[in-house]
Design a binder for this molecule. Structure first.
Ligand SMILES: [Zn+2]
Length: 471
């Protein structure tokens, strides 16, 4: 780790007091990053103890916590509830130089997914700091990221570095349920906030430890959710007198057809680049295939094996549908007139959703089974040809000795709301996770190492100093 915070002041030992004060005016006071880092661990512990499990969210509790911190730091902030208890908050450090460049939002979400205490070895809301880890639901997704952003943001404010653009710290509600009371609501109801914004740094990418190496994954696009509800209809009756064809038999047949369908493999350019980027860190079995995946010579056997071994990687190569919800008769002896099933389909970012629905209809091939849309987003990809991406590359090399790999995420985040507005959005966390640590996200025993939080705050500050402060 490069030592941070070495400033040219020491080289100016004999400068006059005037020169020294001028220097500190231009270069800013060096914030004490050590204490920001330590304080970050304490603050994460407190943040994790606040119950913002979604549903119902109660993000306004998190807003109260952040309000206090902004107030203590003397920073102006605004907050708004999209619905009772669904708080969102943001603070802005305005640009100090002209011409002002496109603004940057540091985004995280306050809500967390539920945790089943029975499967955890500690209280998910404990926020306990023990054995080098901070424990609790949201430690990684995304209160840990939020604290790294917050502490770096506060350090930037204190540094007095010139700022070439507005920088925002934004914490929103409801990401885990689609963001419609959070980022989506703000984009819809407070569009003026985003008028001068050119960049969003959000969750969705991070450093990953591969043996001796670290690669920093920066998410530039994601598969597009298309959530569907199938409805099948048929003649109702009594369970004691089976019918030839019912809503249930139709649905079972439709779902069998869907579950046995593998959509065509299509390796998009960003996916090929990602696989090439991570190829050096793969096992012997995968290295060559990953490096040349763009050439499209994947056998069915290899794809099946990859699906069993690494379902997440496999899902980046084609459109997919998971059957997730089933709703049949309300009574065991009643053949229902109508049954439902829900599908979580994820489309490649260049897939036309309407075309996909037509294809799905052909697969189901039954006029008594209809498809309704629950939710769908428009896809977009953020370019890597930006000064922000370059700053991430530079900081990752300096701080981790790591390569940056642009990645496509199989899941989705709030970034699509901003990509839809033409705002460059990257999924980026300043952490380096081992596979074991990362497994806690939406899983059991979520925790983050103290080292990741402390180092992450320093890394994030370096990134802001470089991109915003021209360091
Ligand atoms: Zn998240």
């Amino acid at each position: 780790m490069k030592s941070v915070g070495k400033r040219p002041e020491s080289g100016f030992k004999f400068a006059t007091a005037l020169a020294a004060s001028l220097l500190s005016f231009f270069a800013g006071a060096q914030p004490d990053l050590e204490s920001y880092s330590r304080q970050g661990v304490e603050r994460l512990s407190s943040y994790l103890q606040i119950d913002t499990v979604n549903p119902p969210g109660n993000e306004s509790r998190g807003v109260e916590f952040l309000k206090t911190i902004f107030s203590e730091a003397g920073l102006a902030f605004e907050h708004v509830e999209s619905a009772p208890g669904r708080g969102n908050i943001w603070a802005k450090l305005p640009a100090t130089t002209t011409p002002k460049q496109a603004g940057l939002i540091l985004l995280h979400h306050i809500d967390v997914v539920p945790a089943n205490r029975d499967y955890w070895s500690f209280d998910p809301l404990s926020g306990e700091v023990k054995d080098g880890f901070v424990y609790g639901r949201g430690a990684i997704d995304t209160k840990g990221l939020g604290i790294a952003q917050l502490q770096a943001f506060l350090a930037l404010a204190e540094s007095g570095l010139p700022r070439n653009r507005d920088v925002w710290l934004m914490a929103t509600a409801d990401e885990e349920a689609g963001g419609f009371f959070g980022a989506g609501w703000l984009v819809e109801n407070r569009p003026e906030l985003f008028a001068d914004v050119g960049y969003v740094l959000n969750e969705g990418g991070s450093g990953r430890v591969f043996g001796e190496d670290i690669a920093v994954m920066v998410e530039v696009t994601q598969k597009v959710p298309l959530w569907l509800k199938l409805t099948s209809t048929g003649r109702p009756g009594h369970g004691s007198a089976p019918l030839v064809e019912t809503s249930v038999t139709r649905m079972v047949r439709a779902l069998k057809r869907i579950s046995e369908t593998e959509f065509p493999v299509r390796v998009m350019q960003p996916v090929a680049e990602m696989f090439e980027g991570i190829a050096p860190y793969q096992s012997d079995a995968d290295r060559q295939t990953f490096a040349t995946i763009g050439q499209g010579n994947l056998s069915d056997e290899y794809l099946l094996e990859l699906k069993m071994r690494s379902p997440g990687y496999h899902a980046l190569l084609r459109n997919t549908c998971s059957i997730t919800r089933l709703e049949g008769s309300a009574k065991i002896n009643v053949i229902p007139a109508e049954v439902h099933a829900e599908l979580d389909c994820r489309l490649l970012p260049d897939q036309d959703p309407e075309e996909f629905l037509q294809a799905l209809n052909v697969i189901i091939n039954d006029p008594h089974v209809s498809i309704g849309k629950i939710m769908g987003f428009t896809p977009a990809v953020s370019t890597t040809q930006t000064p922000l991406f370059k700053a991430i590359v530079d900081v990752s090399a300096d701080e981790f000795g790591a390569q940056v790999v642009p990645t496509v995420a199989g899941g989705f985040t709030d970034s699509h709301f901003f990509r839809d507005l033409g705002i460059t959005s990257y999924g980026y966390s300043p952490f380096a996770f081992t596979t074991a640590e990362f497994a806690g996200v939406h899983g059991n025993d979520e925790r983050v190492s103290v080292i990741n939080i402390e180092r992450g705050i320093r890394v994030y500050y370096q990134l802001l100093a470089k991109f915003v402060g021209g360091q």
